[in-house]
Design a protein around this ligand. Structure first.
Ligand code: KIV
Length: 281
């Protein structure tokens, strides 16, 4: 979809119909200013639960709460005009039952104004996805590496290698059949990403998956190079904002300590009467 046209807002059914067409573009946002930047160029803006690690310093996404997602979702809503806004359901807010998922998904939609939710899981979540979709909640699936399952998976390794490929294929088929309008495919081998994209009728959005996916997603802070130490293979850095920010902060600190900031152009002209206090003016 062309982001430059003044087209109407993108919908979940619109994304579903985009299967096999030019690549869909998706980035994360957690704040209004970043949402505005991303909305201008993307089809989907994802308020990912990666917010916990990126913005709150958590070591995984497990500590992210519904209230955190609602707060960031509201901020992003103010910046998104055209793209489809999707909000992640955090760990523990949907796995228990379809009813629990419905209760929390409706809160996310009603309180943030998002147009869809994303949840992690394959075959085991199909019943829940079907329940939500039948009740007016568009669902984006997320299979392959599902970071909320880091403890069961034993880390953030590539999924679907060898015999594991069959599991991911079955997950993709079940989630698509349950009604998801698209599926994030995270950290699977290139060939498997291609195969699943050919096999399922809704768009796949890859992250560390395959160029053959129907779209691509990255965490915006990663592709902007905000973190110097975090350099996963699947992230291409399109800028080095972390380095630029470090240099700018260092320059500010130096100039303050050397008495060079603020300079004359940064202070306000002196318009206070110069007569001593108490003297007749
Ligand atoms: O939480 C997130 O940002 C995500 C994307 C990486 C797909 O789920």
């Amino acid at each position: 979809m062309s982001a430059s046209s003044k087209a109407a807002a993108i919908t979940a059914p619109g994304i579903a119909r985009h299967k096999g067409k030019p690549s869909l573009v998706c980035l994360t946002a957690y704040t209004t200013p970043v949402a505005e930047l991303v909305d201008a160029h993307c089809d989907i803006v994802l308020v990912g639960d990666s917010v916990g690690m990126v913005m709150h310093g958590l070591s995984s996404t497990l500590g992210v709460t519904l209230d955190m997602m609602i707060m960031h979702g509201k901020a992003v809503r103010r910046g998104v005009k055209r793209a489809l806004m999707v909000v992640d359901m955090p760990f523990g807010t949907y796995e228990e039952s379809p009813e629990q998922a419905f209760r929390n998904a409706t809160r996310l939609m009603a309180e943030t104004g998002c147009a869809a939710v994303k949840l992690e899981g394959g075959e085991e979540m199909a019943e829940t996805i079907r329940f939500l979709c039948a009740r007016g909640i568009p669902v984006m699936g997320h299979i392959g590496l599902t970071p909320q399952a880091v403890n069961s998976l034993g880390g953030y390794r590539v999924q679907g290698r060898g015999e594991g490929a069959e599991i991911v294929r079955r997950d993709a088929a079940a989630v698509a059949e349950a009604g998801a309008f698209s599926i994030v495919l995270e950290k699977v081998p290139d060939g498997l990403g291609r195969l699943i994209t050919e096999e399922i009728p809704v768009p796949t959005i890859g992250i560390g998956a395959s160029a053959a996916c129907d779209g691509q997603v990255l965490v915006t802070d990663d592709m902007l190079g905000m973190f110097t130490a975090f350099r996963p293979k699947f992230v291409k850095r399109y800028a080095e904002l972390g380095q630029a920010a470090d240099a700018a902060i260092a320059a500010f600190a130096r100039e303050v300590r050397e008495g060079r900031f603020p300079a004359a152009e940064h202070v306000f002209a002196d318009e206070i009467p110069t007569a001593p206090r108490g003297a007749a003016v």
